[in-house]
Design a binder for this molecule. Structure first.
Ligand SMILES: NC(=O)c1ccc[n+]([C@@H]2O[C@H](COP(=O)([O-])OP(=O)(O)OC[C@H]3O[C@@H](n4cnc5c(N)ncnc54)[C@H](OP(=O)(O)O)[C@@H]3O)[C@@H](O)[C@H]2O)c1
Length: 313
């Protein structure tokens, strides 16, 4: 059996459970491809996985390789995984339900894989999958954001938020974004109104929006109901909004749970990136070995765009 370097957890806990070590190199099965990972990224989801918060939702077996974003090159093609050849440059989200992409190689379901954006290097491509799928499904599919509408995006400088701002502008929406330490990023992302949530209660400034994208939850979500117009839509990435509150305010609500199919959306996102319409912001790039530091940055909750792990220099 061939081996590879990977970041695995053998038990649940804080970032000390992340171990950079040798692991068996996987072999693609029916309908799968093996991707040589060039870059991957850290999402708060990965932190929730190693903390053990996702065990009620997913039936993980330990040891488990973390990570879902991957940009890399097809190494091997399994039976029936048509449309790919070794050497193809691809990107996708892989391993949410099983071993992931914080490794030298990752298995992916071929139907989930698409060509990497040509204009981006692997570092920037790896910043996109998880957050762009989330922002797309929240704004375009669930909230059906349309031209001329106004959207309030909480956490606009974060991984999901900074892509959501760009997708909303591409739809022709007016965008209000919140941030604090990363406030300066908002203007360059194209927000029409930036609010520093640390100094200004956003609910005093924002009224009659069509859509709220909540990436924060808790008190931020609670204070968002009054910002919506009747018939508006509150969509959260983190906490299912109360049906009772939605009814009381005459609005709709949903929680996004990023789910397949994903290849078509990633293809569209890739085209937008190649057209210069979507620009992933990479906050920092660390080698895969520095996984603990990468997780600590994300857990600090003030990342600016994405924290990317480089696997091949
Ligand atoms: N359901 C799903 O399928 C799904 C998918 C993706 C993500 N998520 C969840 O969505 C959440 C956001 O993910 P992410 O990748 O965007 O996280 P992230 O990149 O780690 O978010 C960091 C950002 O949050 C901002 N922030 C922190 N507190 C804030 C507040 N009170 N108000 C406004 N902004 C605040 C920070 O801005 P400042 O530094 O400027 O304060 C920072 O830019 C996570 O909980 C994640 O697990 C869910």
């Amino acid at each position: 059996m061939l081996s590879m370097k990977a970041v695995r957890i053998h038990k649940y806990g804080d970032s000390d459970v992340l171990v950079y070590e040798d692991a068996p190199r996987p072999v693609p099965g029916e309908g799968e491809v093996l991707i040589r990972v060039h870059a991957t990224s850290v999402n708060p989801f990965d932190c929730a996985v190693h903390a053990g918060y996702m065990t009620g939702m997913f039936n993980y077996t330990l040891p488990l390789i973390l990570g879902s974003d991957v940009s890399g090159v097809i190494e091997e093609v399994g039976a029936g995984a048509n449309g790919f050849s070794p050497g193809d440059e691809v990107y996708t989200r892989a391993g949410v339900f099983r071993d992931g992409a914080n490794a030298e190689y990752v298995l992916a379901i071929a139907a989930d894989v698409t060509a990497k954006p040509k204009s981006l290097d692997h570092i920037h491509s790896a910043a996109l999958p998880h957050v762009s799928l989330t922002a797309w499904q929240a704004l375009y599919e669930l909230a059906d954001l349309s031209e001329g509408q106004t959207v309030l995006i909480h956490g606009a400088a974060g991984g999901v938020g900074h892509i959501a701002v760009q997708l909303a502008k591409l739809r022709g929406a007016t965008v209000i974004g919140t941030a604090s330490e990363n406030y300066d990023l908002l203007e360059s992302l194209g927000v029409d109104q930036a609010i520093n949530y640390a100094t200004t209660p956003f609910e005093n400034m924002v009224h009659d929006v069509d859509v709220v994208l909540d990436t924060i939850g808790g008190d931020t979500q609670q204070r968002s109901w009054t910002t919506l117009k009747r018939g508006g839509f509150l969509v959260s990435t983190i906490q299912t909004p109360s049906e009772e509150m939605a009814a009381a305010y005459g609005v709709r609500q949903a929680m996004v749970l990023t789910s397949p199919p994903i290849a078509q959306t990633l293809t569209e996102v890739g085209k937008m990136a190649d057209a210069g319409k979507i620009k992933p912001v990479v906050y920092t790039v660390l080698p895969l070995q520095e996984i603990k530091q990468a997780h600590q940055i994300v857990e600090g909750n003030h990342a600016r765009g994405k924290v990317v792990l480089q696997v091949i220099e």
